[in-house]
Design a protein around this ligand. Structure first.
Ligand code: URA
Ligand code: CA
Length: 446
């Protein structure tokens, strides 16, 4: 095959065959096809899109570029959850132990921060001693013993995605539905779960800002997973404002533990119960969504979710005492309040700006291999719908005291808040449920 000809074919709007896609992905992964040709192809895909068949072929080719995990030696139905990326999205840290406490098996590979969003691996590493770089044997043994193991994605998981993602990040080709779908689903399919619940975010803090695009992305991914023989379901959820109150690594672990103990912010609890109930349904462990939610709420109330968290932390080398005493997590030495400039109601909190404020404070990497201060982040004291008086705290910055970073973060955070005289209702969180052939709108409004 001839690479320039395949680029032209896509550029001119024709669909590529499975063999052609395999040739391109294999060639790029083995460095036979250079970055400039792949960049041109990605841009052609960005503008021309892909057919459903091309999406499946691209995903499978990327999934098979590395090792396909075989979780067959973990007993039971393995369920995974994946979020397309949000701000302060603490759900995995709460969901995984809760679903395991309710009888599900969660063996999940997870990532580090991406763009303005945080990563579960970084968050969990704030627990003293915690090891996310598990060998395959450790991963399987812990899943069997605890019902829950979480491992950092290894370099052998969908290496084609890693290389393509790095190119997309710098060539203006991130926000393409087929490319995002193939990126996420190649990793999920290679990760080996039997069932996957997708949390597709929409709004200012999401990679897909428009609702209709999020629905299309969700359905594309569900169809890819169905085609590969996995049980799939996607929820469309709002990422207009950050989820919960904590944004930042150790702060989100603390928020997760408090949520497992029944003291979580209302929006985080709502999302965890909805996602978790759908995970239990895929596992065949619940008769209906309401019963599944009640079962999960019970695991919060009776402490079994928090117990599962402690067992999981211990199994992965961490200090399980953090569940009883979150004071053992790293703590920033300085706290600075950001106060409201005027009286009114919080009408909007731009999630992207909040994510960036946290990163500017130092909660995110500025170079690839930077070691993070995991204590840094922020706590939102007022969410959308709250009434606020001038001078009252909107948020609390947790910082190492670097004045220049604090100034940048403060400015960005104030920019995130829109305060007006008109009260606004609490925004809706769970907008729609998407399967291969159905879109059920739950609370979406134009
Ligand atoms: N997350 C991914 O893993 N890939 C994308 O392309 C976007 C979000
Ligand atoms: Ca949060």
């Amino acid at each position: 095959m001839h690479t320039p000809e395949l680029i032209l074919k896509k550029r001119n709007g024709s669909a590529l065959s499975k063999a052609e896609i395999d040739y391109l992905i294999k060639g790029f992964t083995s460095h036979a096809i250079p970055d400039y040709q792949m960049s041109a192809l990605l841009m052609a895909i960005y503008f021309r899109g892909m057919t459903a068949a091309e999406c499946v072929d691209l995903t499978m080719s990327m999934a098979r570029s590395g090792e396909m995990a075989d979780l067959g030696s973990i007993k039971g139905f393995k369920v995974d959850k994946h979020s397309t990326g949000g701000v302060g999205d603490t759900t995995s840290l709460v969901l995984a132990p809760l679903v395991a406490a309710a009888g599900g098996t969660v063996a999940k590979m997870t990532g580090r921060e991406l763009g303005h969003t945080g990563g579960t691996v970084d968050k969990l590493e704030s627990i003293p001693g915690m090891n996310l770089e598990l060998t395959k044997d450790q991963f399987i043994r812990i899943a069997n013993e605890v019902g829950l193991s979480l491992a950092a994605q290894s370099d052998s998981l969908a290496p084609a995605d890693k290389q393509i993602y790095a190119l997309r990040n710098v060539t203006g080709t991130v926000d393409s539905i087929p490319l995002i779908a193939a990126s996420i689903m190649s990793k999920k399919l290679a990760g080996g779960a039997d069932g996957i619940v997708l949390d597709v975010k929409t709004g200012s803090g999401a990679f897909m800002r428009k609702y209709q695009d999020s629905v299309e992305l969700a359905q594309t991914m569900v169809r890819i997973g169905d085609g590969a023989g996995r049980k799939m379901l996607a929820l469309i959820t709002s990422m207009e404002q950050p989820l919960g109150e904590a944004v930042g690594n150790a702060l989100e672990v603390k928020e997760a533990i408090e949520t497992l103990q029944g003291r979580g912010p209302q929006d985080l609890v709502e999302l965890v119960l909805e996602l978790g109930a759908n995970m239990l349904m895929l596992c065949g462990l619940a008769g209906g969504l309401e019963a599944a939610k009640a079962r999960l709420a019970q695991c919060i109330e009776d402490g079994s979710g928090a117990d599962k968290m402690a067992k999981f932390i211990k199994a992965q080398g961490g200090d399980p005492r953090v569940v009883k005493d979150t004071g053992l997590l790293p703590r920033a030495n300085t706290r600075i309040e950001v106060t409201a400039p005027l009286d009114g109601y919080v009408q909007r909190i731009d999630a992207l700006d909040v994510g960036m404020a946290s990163k500017l404070l130092g909660a995110g990497r500025t170079t690839k291999d930077e070691v993070l201060d995991l204590s840094i982040g922020l706590i939102l004291k007022k969410k959308v719908g709250s009434q606020v008086m001038a001078g009252e705290p909107l948020a609390e910055l947790h910082t190492d005291g670097n004045a220049a970073k604090v100034d940048l973060a403060k400015t960005r955070l104030l920019q995130a808040y829109t305060i007006g005289s008109r009260p606004v209702p609490q925004p809706r969180l769970i907008l729609a449920r998407v399967t291969a052939d159905n879109i059920e709108e739950i609370s979406y409004e134009e």
